[in-house]
Design a protein around this ligand. Structure first.
Ligand code: AMP
Ligand code: GLY
Length: 430
């Protein structure tokens, strides 16, 4: 079959890499792709938000299956559009994608169906929201309703800071229409986990829990980014906790969406806060695979991913379907350009990629790269996702950083502490 992957980041490189290994697949296209993807698939330079144009392309190329990476085309209704043309596509329709595209939609759904989340209030006016801040004690969290590329949530430590953020979001409209409504919610202290599951709208097939590292600097300091690294599995999530997550969050949410008229097929990504007593709460939902979580998850996945996509699209996922995982731990370290996440440098030559080729435990997924001749150049904020498999957390982390040490480009920045929360947990249990 011919598969089309939409997107051009590290997540999409991992997807194309994994899909190409399926015996069911003859060729893979990627729109727009990147330097690394162009080595293993045919990249086509088109706008991922031009859903009509993409549908025309898929029809013309007789694509058998489409996988959507990023949230924007999902929120714009790419799935509804492709379904109209009878092109099999993996992802939720517009109505379901609201679970990510509107935080108000997601919070009201969780409230109505008793899905554990921080308590919250919704505001449409700056005055009302400001008045509310005067009545509550920090810390609390302000969130713009709409899509803000991961930059719309603010943990507030004092009221003055809160009023400033509210003004920026609701009056100065720094996120545009996404800030027409805001949520002010309770601050949840705990440990974050990403919980991704495939679903056909009826059954839920979880992937392994993973942990992202959002802030730019070590020890979770500095501005939030799309994610600076991830690892899977998470040592402190045991079977009992996973059961709880599946029952009280994932399955309940899919059922709730169905009751609201949204038959949700695709990936449901729960951004969770695990509290001190082990109870999981939802911080946010995404309607897609995470980036960078997808890179270590797919590197560790033994099963063919294509039948899973097909089962979700055809609503044939069974409660008894399981995913086989390779033994061990998978860790991914993101290498970013100077200036990321604000203003990003581009056009730097990348050295050392050939030196890490050929090691079966290492895979360098490309994000913002461009291939010119035989060389790769930086072309975006997050440039590479260096991913390693190891027997233990320390083994995988060591291998990943050894590979990182061989790669360089001018202005390269990365976190030195990816996986350290897993390491200290392992240390604490002896
Ligand atoms: P979001 O865009 O909703 O995922 O939020 C971005 C980041 O803000 C999360 O990864 C958390 O670190 C933090 N955050 C969001 N909501 C809360 C909350 N209710 N309590 C504590 N931290 C939060
Ligand atoms: N890694 C966070 C996200 O994909 O939204």
């Amino acid at each position: 079959m011919k598969v089309l992957v939409i997107g051009g980041g590290g997540r999409e490189h991992a997807l194309v890499w994994k899909i190409s290994q399926s015996s069911r697949v003859k060729s893979v296209f990627c729109i727009p792709g990147n330097g690394g993807i162009s080595d293993i698939a045919e990249c086509v330079d088109r706008n991922v938000n031009d859903v009509d144009g993409l549908a025309g392309f898929a029809k013309q190329e007789r694509i058998d299956m489409v996988i959507v990476g990023p949230e924007n085309p999902l929120a714009m209704g790419i799935v509804d559009r492709f379904e109209k043309d009878g092109i099999p596509i993996f992802g939720p329709r517009k109505i379901g994608a609201q679970i990510e595209a509107s935080k108000v939609f997601a919070k009201e759904l969780m409230d109505k169906y008793n899905i554990p989340t921080a308590s919250f209030k919704v505001f449409r006016s700056f005055e009302e929201a400001g008045g509310y801040i005067d009545q509550i004690n920090p810390p609390f969290v302000i969130k713009a309703d709409g899509l803000c590329a991961g930059k719309g949530a603010y943990v507030i430590r004092n009221r003055e800071e809160g009023r400033g953020i509210l003004k920026d979001v609701m009056v100065n409209m720094i996120h545009g229409q996404a800030g027409e409504r805001v949520i002010i919610e309770e601050f949840l202290p705990g440990v974050e986990a990403s919980y991704l599951a495939f679903t056909d709208g009826k059954s839920v097939l979880p992937m392994l829990p993973s942990q992202d590292h959002k802030p730019l600097f070590d020890n979770d300091q500095g501005p939030n980014t799309g994610g600076m690294g991830a690892y899977t599995p998470i040592p402190f999530i045991d079977d009992r906790m996973e059961n709880d997550i599946n029952n009280s969050i994932m399955k309940r949410t899919i059922k709730a969406l169905k009751s609201e008229g949204a038959h949700y097929r695709g990936v449901l990504y729960g951004g969770l806060m695990i509290m001190g007593d082990g109870k999981p709460y939802v911080i946010e939902f995404n309607a897609r695979l995470g980036d960078p979580e997808t890179q270590p998850i797919l590197f560790k996945m033994e099963s063919d991913i294509v039948p899973i996509f097909q089962a979700c699209i055809n609503e044939q996922l069974s409660e008894s379907t399981t995913i086989t995982w390779k033994e061990g731990v998978s860790v991914c370290i993101v290498l970013a350009s100077r200036g990321y996440p604000e203003k990003t440098e581009k056009g730097m030559i990348i050295h050392g990629l050939n030196d890490v080729k050929g090691d079966k435990d290492i895979m360098v997924f490309h994000a913002g790269t461009k291939k010119v001749g035989n060389d790769f150049y930086t072309s975006g904020g997050r440039v590479l996702a260096v991913t390693a498999m190891g027997k233990t957390y320390s083994d995988a982390i060591k291998k990943a950083y050894e590979a990182v040490a061989q790669i360089s480009f001018e202005g390269m920045q990365y976190r030195r502490d990816i996986g350290s929360k897993a390491l200290s947990y392992m240390g604490s249990i002896g």
